[in-house]
Design a protein around this ligand. Structure first.
Ligand code: NDP
Ligand code: HSE
Length: 442
C-alpha cells in the first residue's frame, strides 16, 4: 500500500525527535501500521537552521499555509507550539480534510472545543498523545485501556521541568536559576519557561486529562493554578521530617453527592505534600508519572519520560500510526477524541477552589511564648479543621521565635482560607503563613 505522507510544521526539538524515530524504526513502523510513513516536507521559518538540525534528507519549505493544504499531504503534524498561529494552521488543515497530530497542550486546553468540533464536522481525526506526559501513553490509557472504569481521580507529575528543578534543589542543594538553565539546555522547558514554573503547562495537561476522564469539554479557564516559584527550602526540609515530599501535582477529582451523582470536578495544579512512601513521591528529575484511580481497576501508576525529543517523538509517531490505520475507517466508529461520544459530553462544572477538599501543611513563624499553640488550635477548631500532626522546631538559645508546622486532615479550602486570615491576624504570628496542600493519594 502507498506510504502515508506527512507534513511537519516546525523544526524544533520534537520535530527532530519525530524525524529520527520515523527514520530509525521505519521497517517496524510499516509492519505495525500496515503502510510506510514518510515525511513529505517540513515547514520552518528559518530554513538554514532547520537544515542544520534535521539534516539533508528532508524537504523544507517556509510556506506553512501551502503545506497544510497540499494535495499530496495525508496528515499534518503541528509542532510549532503556541495558541495563535498553531490554531490557524490546525483549523486550516482540518478544513482541507487533513487529520492532525499535535503535541500542543496549550492549544488543546484553550481551543480544544473548537478544534474537536471542526474535526468532527470534517470527519478527520486529531491525535494528541504527546500533549500530556510526553512519552507516556496516558491519553490512550485513559481513553481506551481504562475505558471500563468510573474514574474517581487523577494526580500527576506532568511537568518535567519543575520536577527536575524540585529534585535537583532537594538532592543537590542547587539554586533555582541554575537548575532552570540546565532544564532549558536539555530541551525540557517551554519556549516561555514561566509556563513551566507557574504551573500553566501542567494545568494545560491536567485540563486535557480531566476532560477525557470525566467526559466534559476542556475547561482550562476554570483551573486553579499555582507554580513552584514561592517554594522555600525550609518547607522542603520540614516536609521530609514529617515523611512527605513536595511535588508539583496536576490533580483532577470527581465530586459526588450522597447518591453518587457527579456534582462537580476539582481541577487544580499546585505544590503538594505527598507521603514519601508513595511510588509517585520518588519520581525524580524530568520524569513524569500519573496515578489514575478507577473503580474497577483501583490505582494505576504510569511512569516515563515526559519531555525531550525522542520520548515526545515516540508519542507523536504512535498517533501517526493510529491515524494511518484509521484513515480509511468510518469516522463514526472511531474512538472519540475526548473518549466519550460527542453527544454524551456532560456539562459538569469545575468547582471553585474554595469548594475543593484537601489536607494542608501550615508553617507559622510564631513568638515562642505560652498560649500561642492554644490560640492557633482554637481557631482551627472553630473552623472545624482537624489537626493530624504538629511539629515545633526547637528554639535556639536566646531565640524568641520559632517555626510551628501543622498538618491538617481534609477540609474545605474556603474554611482554611477563613482560618488562615484569623491566624495571620494574631500578634504572635510574625510572618506570612506558608500553606501547602497535602494529598495522601491513598
Ligand atoms: P521548539 O521551540 O524546539 O520548536 C518549535 C519550532 O516551531 C521551531 O522550529 C520554531 O521556529 C517553530 N515556530 C515557533 N513558533 C512559530 C510560528 N509562530 N510560526 C512558525 N514557526 C514557529 O519547540 P518544541 O519542539 O520543544 O515543542 C513543540 C511543541 O511540542 C510545543 O507545543 C510543546 O509544548 C510541545 N511539547 C514539547 C515537548 C518537549 O519536550 N520539548 C514535550 C511535549 C510537548 P524557530 O526555530 O524559528 O523559533
Ligand atoms: N515543558 C514541558 C515539561 C515539556 O517540562 O514537562 C513537556 O510537555
Amino acid at each position: 500500500m502507498k506510504a502515508i505522507r506527512i507534513g511537519l510544521l516546525g523544526a524544533g526539538t520534537v520535530a527532530g525527535g519525530v524525524v529520527k524515530v520515523l527514520e530509525r524504526n521505519r521497517a517496524e513502523i510499516q509492519r505495525r501500521a500496515g503502510r510506510g510513513i514518510d515525511v513529505a516536507a517540513v515547514a520552518a521559518r528559518d530554513l538554514a537552521k532547520a537544515r542544520r538540525s534535521l539534516g539533508d534528507a528532508v524537504a523544507l519549505t517556509d510556506d506553512f499555509d501551502a503545506l497544510v493544504r497540499r494535495a499530496d499531504i495525508d496528515i499534518v503534524v503541528e509542532l510549532i507550539g503556541g495558541t495563535s498561529r498553531a490554531r490557524e494552521l490546525v483549523l486550516a488543515a482540518i478544513a482541507a480534510g487533513k487529520p492532525v497530530v499535535t503535541a500542543n497542550k496549550a492549544l488543546l486546553a484553550i481551543h480544544g472545543t473548537e478544534i474537536f468540533a471542526a474535526a468532527r464536522e470534517r470527519g478527520v481525526a486529531v491525535g494528541f498523545e504527546a500533549a500530556v506526559a510526553g512519552g507516556i501513553p496516558i491519553i490512550k490509557t485513559l481513553r481506551e485501556g481504562l475505558a471500563a472504569n468510573h474514574i474517581g481521580w487523577i494526580a500527576g507529575i506532568i511537568n518535567g521541568t519543575t520536577n527536575f528543578i524540585l529534585s535537583e534543589m532537594r538532592s543537590k542543594g542547587l539554586d533555582f536559576a541554575a537548575v532552570l538553565a540546565e532544564a532549558q539546555r536539555l530541551g525540557y522547558a517551554e519556549a516561555d519557561p514561566s509556563f513551566d514554573i507557574e504551573g500553566i503547562d501542567a494545568a494545560h495537561k491536567a485540563t486535557i486529562m480531566s476532560a477525557i476522564a470525566f467526559g466534559t469539554p476542556v475547561q482550562f479557564e476554570r483551573a486553579h493554578v499555582e507554580g513552584i516559584a514561592g517554594l522555600q527550602a525550609a518547607d522542603i526540609r520540614y516536609a521530609e521530617q514529617l515523611g512527605y515530599r513536595i511535588k508539583l501535582l496536576g490533580i483532577t477529582k470527581r465530586r459526588e453527592d450522597a447518591q453518587g451523582a457527579t456534582v462537580g470536578i476539582e481541577l487544580r495544579v499546585h505544590p503538594t505534600l505527598i507521603p514519601a512512601k508513595r511510588l509517585i513521591a520518588n519520581v525524580e528529575g524530568a520524569m513524569n508519572a500519573v496515578v489514575v484511580h478507577g473503580d474497577a481497576v483501583g490505582s494505576t501508576l504510569h511512569y516515563g519520560k515526559g519531555a525531550g525529543a525522542e520520548p515526545t517523538g515516540s508519542a507523536v509517531v504512535a498517533d501517526l500510526m493510529d491515524v494511518t490505520r484509521l484513515i480509511t475507517a468510518d469516522p463514526d466508529h472511531r474512538v472519540p477524541a475526548l473518549a466519550f461520544q460527542p453527544h454524551a459530553l456532560a456539562a459538569t462544572p469545575v468547582l471553585a477552589i474554595d469548594e475543593t477538599i484537601t489536607a494542608f501543611y501550615l508553617r507559622l513563624r510564631v513568638a515562642d511564648e505560652a498560649g500561642v499553640l492554644a490560640d492557633i488550635t482554637r481557631i482551627l477548631a472553630e473552623h472545624s479543621i482537624s489537626i493530624d500532626a504538629v511539629l515545633q522546631r526547637e528554639s535556639g538559645e536566646g531565640e524568641r521565635q520559632t517555626d510551628l508546622v501543622i498538618l491538617t486532615h481534609d477540609t474545605l479550602e474556603g474554611r482554611m482560607r477563613a482560618a488562615l486570615a484569623k491566624m495571620q491576624a494574631l500578634g504572635s504570628v510574625l510572618a506570612p503563613i506558608v500553606r501547602i496542600r497535602k494529598e495522601e493519594l491513598a
